[in-house]
Ligand binder design. Structure first.
Ligand SMILES: *Cc1c(COP(=O)(O)O)cnc(C)c1O
Length: 406
């Protein structure tokens, strides 16, 4: 990526954010007035800081030596034979902490340091983003406070223990449904009260501008690597399709980023249909959502007729989010991306298949991306790259219960 290209915000009907923070009709910054100074400081400085030579150097050095990048692009031979097409896996599961989330938290902790911040706050649902944040705070010796719904704290005890082990303070959100959106509200309240010393690390390609763009750019290392890795393996930089699961949409945004303006590259998103799109227990935002405001941005979200946010459901905690990031709403609405949704059963079956054909146990979130083969047929000479966003260790108990393995 050249410096000029990265620094310019396109003011077009394209798929990148515009100067006002919009992707088409989605995005923006819908925030309480008291947050304005914090966000404005970030908006004015993020691109300049991010593309400073010293920042890029430190970021890439940590990605290499601490995270273990580049993550391999692996040709999945047996899976390819099974589905009659050429399948490559982008191995984000091999990153330190076991998923793609650390690409973003490394970037944001460096941003926080450049902004002179001495305290980090984050929200977490299942605890994966909380762990990735606590990890980089330990790495940098910076105070870390993670807000987590009281119900999630009870459901996700191992991740709570990890965060504490890493030195973070975990504060329960006890209001509302005591889950992710309540934790988010608490984090925003904290940020309003601590505008000078605190940086808020948001965990997906969501939130008020400039967060979706900032998170996407940090995660875009995924597609940057895919391009040169595929060139080495296939003699061309562009696959026919890139496939990713979508919660808020950060692994997907990073996987798509350098292909957004390549119209021949098909973009495929897989959401969580939970127990079925029409079951009342799902997180299939594109199928069920309507435009609304969540987490400070205008995007597609699941809501009741009078605009209350619906509690989402998925067997995978990381996809259990009632909205998608604004870039994905635009990719959906414009038709640039194809959206599918996979049920719990389809994702679990796909996770088992990947385990037994390739010796790789995926996170259940990632299992949703692999469920694409239950929905779409590909040609024998198509080249697909699937984002294997995380490893399945954290999901072992769910696999055990589902497949009666013990
Ligand atoms: C958190 C998580 C996701 C979903 O988050 P996105 O921001 O949509 O990428 C997907 N996969 C794994 C392994 C996760 O931990």
């Amino acid at each position: 990526m050249t410096k000029e290209k990265s620094l310019s915000i396109k003011n077009s009907g394209g798929f990148h954010v515009d100067e006002k923070g919009y992707y088409g009709e989605f995005g923006g910054a819908f925030i309480p007035e008291m947050l304005y100074p914090n966000l404005e400081e970030l908006r004015q400085k993020y691109l300049e800081i991010m593309y400073e030579e010293s920042f890029q150097k430190e970021f890439h050095q940590l990605l290499r030596d601490y995270v273990g990048r580049p993550s391999p692009l692996y040709f999945a031979k047996r899976l390819s034979e099974k589905h009659g097409t050429k399948i490559y896996l982008k191995r984000e599961d091999l990153n330190h902490t076991g998923a793609h989330k650390v690409n973003n938290t490394i970037g944001q902790i460096l941003m926080a340091k450049r902004l002179g911040k001495t305290r980090i706050i984050a929200e977490t649902g299942a605890g994966q983003h909380g762990v990735a944040t606590a990890t980089v705070c330990a790495l940098m010796g910076i105070q870390c406070v993670v807000y987590m719904g009281e119900i999630d704290i009870a459901r996700q005890a191992p991740n709570v223990a990890r965060m504490k082990m890493l030195g973070a303070e975990v504060i329960p959100a006890t209001s509302g449904s005591k889950t992710l959106k309540d934790a988010t509200n608490e984090a925003i309240r904290d940020w309003i009260n601590n505008p000078v010393d605190t940086h808020y690390i948001i965990g997906s390609a969501i939130g008020p501008h400039p967060y979706p763009d900032m998170v996407t750019r940090f995660q875009s290392v995924i597609s940057e690597e895919i391009k040169w890795q595929l060139k080495e393996k296939e003699g061309r930089e562009n696959p026919d399709y890139v496939v990713a699961c979508i919660g808020g949409g950060s692994n997907a945004a990073g996987t798509y980023y350098h292909f957004l303006d390549e119209p021949k590259v098909g973009i495929i998103a897989v959401e969580a249909a939970g127990k079925g799109i029409d079951s009342g227990e799902s997180a299939a935002t594109s199928a069920l959502g309507k435009i609304g405001i969540i987490h400070g941005c205008k995007t597609m979200l699941m809501q009741t007729p009078d605009g209350q946010i619906t509690e989402p459901y998925s067997i995978s905690a990381g996809l259990d989010y009632p909205g998608v990031g604004p870039m994905h709403s635009h990719l959906y609405k414009s038709g640039r991306a194809e959206f599918y949704s996979a049920t719990d059963d389809e994702a679990m079956t796909a996770g088992l298949e990947l385990s037994q054909l390739e010796g790789i146990i995926p996170a259940i979130e990632s299992g949703h991306a692999f469920a694409i083969f239950q929905h779409k047929k590909f040609n024998p000479d198509d080249v697909l790259v699937i984002s294997l966003s995380g490893r399945g260790d954290k999901d072992l108990q769910t696999y055990i219960d589902y497949f009666k393995l013990a």
